[in-house]
Design a protein around this ligand. Sequence first.
Ligand SMILES: [Fe+2]
Ligand SMILES: [Fe+2]
Length: 230
Amino acid sequence: MNQKSKTTEKSAPSKKSETGETPVEEKNNSDNKMELINTADSDSEKGKENNEQSKPLKKQDMDQNKHHSELEEFFISALQDIYYAEAAIEAALGKIKSKATTEELEEAMEDHQLVTKKQILRLEKVFKHLGKEAKKKKCDAIDGILKEVDEMVKNTKEGSMTRDVALIIGAQKVEHYEIATYGGLLQIAITLGHDKVADLLETTLDEEEETDEILTEIAEEYVNFEAKME
Ligand SMILES: [Fe+2]
Ligand SMILES: [Fe+2]
């Protein structure tokens, strides 16, 4: 997956018409980013004319005014979802790391637990930048993946290499969920002009990708092979 590039260039896909929803005025602007900023303080829901002479907005004003858009609302909701997910992951890593057979995997999970704590704080910064309260929204996807990891632990023998194979696959499912989420959120942040937020999300995305690579290395270097010998 390569969602990291900070480009905002895009072709305009045609929108499905079946929804019957009236496209928000802002979405039809071809000069997407700057237009969105300039029209943000007009009340687009009531279809007022754009104010072409609008004054330059301070950064903070831009953030406050843009919360009317549906994309902005979706963005906040998705951030609440991953905020919940990170807390659930941090708790799960704390419980599960000691179930690993190899020290290497236990350490990798311990390291990632610390990184996850920082990611939670970083998300709190993101909410602050957006002028929003840091709130959690239940994420069924991560609850499901973590439940599956628990089952995989139960279904593998303690002290076996197969246990580590299962834990690595489980942890990578978590990482891939996070990579998909942060990759998408980063692009939305860029689109909405939240540059500082985009930087914060990109830092976390890099950490998730790095963790995924470390897990792959542990599996491929010896864990999978030794599990085959059991
Ligand atoms: Fe994370
Ligand atoms: Fe992670």
